[in-house]
Write a protein that binds this ligand. Structure first.
Ligand code: C5P
Length: 311
């Protein structure tokens, strides 16, 4: 009898092994202001974040125990240093699950680029595992796990267009503009976020972005106006240290970009254009010299795009 039940159990477990695919979208920062240094070592931010249509694809496959990351990318770790691994570990712990998961990561988002690739993989892992096992995990619980994993993970859970404050985890959703064309350029440089913040001289910031002006421009949805009020104070660290970034910005403008900015702590630059064709002209002119170049658009929240979050 016991054996019969055991066999049935094993067979049905194998039969019901779940598998699920989910996209992890990149973000850009339309504005990024740093208001001060906090006592916990982080910086107080006021940044408008925007999801773009550039994504990694994650596949989650239930397994009996343990976490494994499978990827063909040479740029990311597959052990506990990987943020998706950490997200899976945290999710299993918090939900007291004894099972395991294999995560296959098809990377598209460049690494150490200022596009939140790792954070987005972590956010997609939290969402993916909730969905894989159909667990009643609340938005609040997901948000708490996200905040524990990193400053950008909470935004990546939500997506769309948000004002992010605090470390980046206090989110106010904003009206997303209609899809806007942009060219995203990742130069052949890697820049550490921690290094950028450590070298930020808060007394030496001459120009700050105006979030209120950007919020009004986003509500109107006009690309020239949005491109006209981009601003990122972290450029005061990276532009003097990597003069090539300033040169690329000028070339993108000369090639027709309406406004060009560094995303997050960089070194990726993005430029808005009035059409796909204009973005492609810039991409073609620069792609030989860059690590990666993408032509893409802004996106609304996951809910707006495909209802994935079921909020
Ligand atoms: O939170 P996360 O691990 O993504 O941050 C990476 C690094 O960026 C932190 O260790 C910190 O040096 C810096 N950071 C900061 N203030 C923030 C976000 C990040 O100083 N609001």
């Amino acid at each position: 009898m016991a054996n019969k039940y055991l066999n049935t159990y094993v067979r049905s477990t194998v039969y019901f092994m779940q598998e699920l695919k989910i996209k992890a979208y990149a973000k850009i920062n339309l504005t990024l202001d740093v208001l001060g240094k906090r006592s916990d070592g982080y910086h107080e931010l006021a940044t408008i974040m925007q999801t773009i249509d550039l994504a990694d694809v994650l596949t989650f496959k239930e397994k009996e125990r343990g976490i494994s990351i499978v990827t063909s990318s040479m740029d990311i770790p597959t052990d506990e240093k990987n943020l998706a691994y950490q997200a899976a570990q945290l999710f299993l712990e918090k939900n007291q699950l004894a099972t395991g998961v294999e995560i296959t990561l098809e990377k598209q988002i460049p690494v150490m680029a200022g596009l939140a690739g790792g954070s987005s993989d972590a956010a997609a892992t939290l969402l993916g595992l909730k969905k894989l096992w159909d667990l009643p995990v609340s938005q609040e619980e997901l948000w708490q796990m996200a905040v524990q994993l990193g400053s950008d993970v909470a935004f990546c859970l939500k997506g769309g267009t948000c004002l992010a404050q605090g470390r980046g985890e206090i989110l106010t959703p904003l009206l997303s503009p209609p899809p806007l064309w942009l060219v995203v350029v990742k130069p052949k440089l890697a820049v550490s976020t921690a290094w950028v913040y450590q070298n930020l001289d808060l007394l030496n910031i001459q120009e700050r972005p105006d979030n209120e002006v950007m919020i009004r421009a986003l509500a109107k949805g006009e690309v020239e106006e949005i491109a006209g009020c981009l601003g990122n104070v972290l450029e005061t660290v990276t532009l003097p240290s990597y003069p090539i970034l300033g040169e690329i910005k000028e070339r993108m403008k000369a090639l027709g970009a309406l406004g060009v900015l560094m995303s997050g702590s960089g070194p990726t630059l993005f430029g808005f254009t009035a059409s796909q064709g204009e973005a492609e002209i810039i991409a073609r002119a620069l792609e030989g010299e860059m690590e990666r170049v993408f032509v893409t658009t802004t996106l609304g929240s996951r809910k707006e795009v495909n209802g994935e979050r079921g909020e």
